[in-house]
Structure formats: C-alpha cells, structure tokens
Design a protein. Structure first.
Length: 174
C-alpha cells in the first residue's frame, strides 16, 4: 500500500479534531479564509466584486454631478473601503463560528470525528476513495440543519445591508 505524506497530514488533522499544530492547519479558520476569498476573484470577494464596483462608481459619479461634493465623496469612498473590508471580515468570522459549531464536540465523543478517524486504513469499495469518503462525511455534517451555502448567503445579505445602511448614514440618510 502506498502512503502519501498528505494523507498522513489529513489523518493527523482528523485525530486532532480539525487543528494540526505541527503544520499550523486549522480547518475552522481556513473555512473563514475560503469564505472571504484570498483575492478579488474568490468566493465572497468575487460574488460582491461587481456590486462593490457599481456602488463605487455611483459615489464617484456624484462628484461630477455636484461640485460641492468634491471633497466629501473621496472621504466617503475611503469609508466605503473600510466598511467593505469589515463586511468581508464579519461574514468570514460568522462562517468560521458556524463551522466550529457544526463540527462540535471536538472529541472522540463526536460521531462526525469518529467517522473521519475511522476512514484511515478502511478498505474502500470499488470506485470509492478516501478523499471522496471524507468529503462526503464533511458535506453531510455541514449540510445538517442549515446548509452552509445558505448560511453564507444569508449572512452576506445581512452584513451587506448593514454596510449600505452605514454608507447612507454617513451622508445623513437612514
């Protein structure tokens, strides 16, 4: 049987209930990073890129429409960038918390973690793979109650509304 180093890391992560100190891997924090997107073409940043640009364009067009806004709008755009970063962080943090909650308890008392740990060395049926089985176990757990994608969507919508409310509040509207 061939054993790949990456498999050993996966097994170590499962035995340590999602956190593997030796390689500084934390699947809970990693879920946050994935949800946020590491650049503008990934996940939440990708899905909000277009609407973010539209809002920025609207703000910049206001400068052209009204000369008296020339000093106010650049400050508002800076405020928007800060609020946007806060929006990304808030949604990512809530995803991290939800994944943590769904994968509790972090012990061998958890049926979820027992199932992952049991995958090591388990003979697979024809067509099955270790990775596919592990992914299915994760998928089942993360789709219990509220699907994680639905959760991400609802949190993104909620925090986006908060962002817009703050932008409107900056200009005196509510």
């Amino acid at each position: 049987m061939v054993s790949y180093p990456a498999w050993n890391t996966k097994h170590a992560i499962h035995r340590n209930f999602g956190y593997y100190e030796a390689r500084d891997i934390d699947i809970y924090y990693d879920a946050r990073v994935v949800a946020e997107g590491i650049d503008e073409n990934k996940m939440l940043r990708k899905f909000t890129k277009e609407v973010k640009q539209e809002l920025e364009d609207i703000l910049n067009e206001l400068t052209s429409a009204n000369e008296s806004l020339k000093t106010f709008i650049p400050e508002l755009v800076k405020e928007f960038y800060g609020l946007y970063d806060e929006f990304i962080y808030e949604v990512g943090t809530e995803i991290e918390e939800e994944v943590t909650r769904k994968l509790l308890p972090r012990s061998e008392k958890s049926e979820f973690w027992k199932a992952l740990i049991a995958e090591k060395g388990k003979p697979n049926k024809k067509g099955e793979t270790f990775t596919d089985n592990v992914c299915q176990i994760f998928k089942r757990e993360l789709e219990k109650e509220t699907n994680l994608n639905t959760f991400l969507k609802s949190k993104a919508e909620y925090h986006w509304k908060e962002l817009i409310t703050k932008i409107l509040g900056f200009s005196g509207h509510k």
